[in-house]
Each structure stands twice: as structure tokens, then as C-alpha cells.
Design a binder for this molecule. Structure first.
Ligand SMILES: Cc1cc2nc3c(=O)[nH]c(=O)nc-3n(C[C@H](O)[C@H](O)[C@H](O)COP(=O)(O)O)c2cc1C
Length: 211
């Protein structure tokens, strides 16, 4: 594989990538070329990070057998979180209007079939704020290549088994599990509160001059 990083392949306008990067939770099984996986990781590591200490580590998983095993742990973790948060233990417990949870529960079933999973870690001290910018860079680069993604988390009850499955050192600090794949469905705009409600000018509660 060439060592040249062909970042010009990320030619989608930045605005288009940012404004169409909604959550993708349903993936086609088609594999992602390794050169594209490399490009998204090369994009990730360009992100700012504390003192340029570069504590972020990425475990890129494409092996089907490991993804199958990881998928079972992800599903268990997803339901463990729902039990902790909501007391839900089965799909029928999710209220019909909880669309995000319903869609997330489908991902919990389908994680075992995704073409690629990236686990994002930080080496000690493991700062989240030195890993998360890299994850966002990675997801935007993926978007520019037509690859969907979503940041997801796990649950303490499965972490020892996740570490054992992949030989992850005990002191590595987990931040995100990001499935990657070509979407079933489409990219598109997401829904957010107006920035005039979430953004202040010059002082807390200072109104911004737009609506
Ligand atoms: C810290 C964090 C944890 C998340 N955990 C999950 C998760 O476990 N499962 C899931 O399907 N989505 C997860 N998400 C994705 C969010 O549900 C998603 O970003 C949010 O609903 C906005 O989606 P949208 O950009 O499509 O509007 C997580 C996102 C973040 C930032």
C-alpha cells in the first residue's frame, strides 16, 4: 500500500459533509476498501489534541468473526444501558414515539453484521477531549467518501470481554464505538434546536443577532 495520503479524494464541500452527516444506523454489508479506511483514520489523527501528545488509538475491525462476537457484546451493552436508564429490557418496552431508541435498538441487533467497527480509545490519562475531535474528523471524512457512521458507547458490564476479545490493554480508556458502512437509506439534514436558543453573545443569555 502506498504511503501517499491522497486527501484530495475528500473533495466533497465541507459544508455538504457537515450538513448531511446525520446518524447512519443501517448499513449495507459491502466491505469498505482498506485505502478508504486508511484515509478516514489519517483524517482522524489530523485533529487537534492536548499538547500534541496524540493519545488517541483506533482499533479498526473488519474481521467478520470478531465483528460477530463484538456485535453480541454491543447488543448486551445497549440493553444494559436501557435497563439502567429506563428500566427497558426488551423491544416491546420501547414506546412507539421513541424513534431514536427504536432505531438504536435496530443497530444493537445489526452491529454484528456491519462491515467495519472502529473502537476509539485514549492512552493514559485517556482524555476524552483529545480523542473526540479525532472521531468527528473521522466521521466527516467517512461522510465525504459516502460511508455512514454513528458514535456509540458501551457499558461497564461488557468492557472486560471487549478488551479480552481484541487484546486491548487494561489502561486504555474507551470513548466510542463507531460502526462504518455504506448506508441503507440516505444521508441528509438532521434536526437541531435553533442556534439562537443555544448560543449567547458576549455574556450568558446575551441574545445573538439572528433568529
Ligand atoms: C456520547 C454519545 C453516545 C451515543 N450513543 C449512541 C448509542 O449508544 N446508540 C446509538 O444508536 N446512537 C448513539 N449516539 C448517537 C446519537 O443518538 C445521535 O448523535 C443523536 O441522536 C443525533 O442524531 P442525528 O445527528 O442523526 O440527528 C450517541 C452519540 C453520542 C455523542
Amino acid at each position: 500500500m502506498t504511503t501517499l495520503i491522497d486527501h484530495k479524494r475528500l473533495s466533497m464541500p465541507l459544508g455538504e459533509a457537515i450538513f448531511t452527516q446525520r446518524s447512519i444506523r443501517r448499513f449495507r454489508p459491502d466491505p469498505i476498501p482498506m485505502e478508504d479506511l486508511r484515509l478516514v483514520i489519517e483524517s482522524a489523527v489530523r485533529a487537534p489534541n492536548g499538547g500534541n501528545r496524540q493519545i488517541a488509538r483506533f482499533l479498526v475491525v473488519t474481521d467478520r468473526d470478531r465483528i460477530q462476537k463484538f456485535g453480541a457484546l454491543y447488543r448486551e451493552a445497549w440493553w444494559a444501558k436501557r435497563k439502567d436508564e429506563k428500566g427497558w429490557t426488551k423491544p416491546e418496552d420501547i414506546p412507539p414515539d421513541e424513534k431514536t431508541y427504536r432505531s438504536a435498538s435496530v443497530l444493537a441487533e445489526e452491529m454484528k453484521d456491519v462491515p467495519c467497527v472502529v473502537l476509539a480509545y485514549g492512552m493514559p490519562p485517556g482524555w476524552a477531549n483529545s480523542v473526540i475531535p479525532a472521531v468527528q474528523n473521522m466521521m466527516l471524512a467517512a461522510r465525504a467518501l459516502g460511508i455512514g457512521s454513528i458514535p456509540t458507547t458501551l457499558h461497564p458490564s461488557v468492557m472486560d470481554r471487549v478488551h479480552a476479545l481484541f487484546g486491548i490493554p487494561k489502561d486504555a480508556v474507551f470513548h466510542f464505538c463507531i460502526p462504518l458502512g455504506y448506508p441503507r437509506g440516505t444521508f441528509g439534514p438532521n434536526v437541531r434546536r435553533p442556534t439562537s436558543e443555544t448560543t449567547f453573545l458576549d455574556r450568558w443569555d446575551g441574545p445573538v443577532p439572528w433568529r
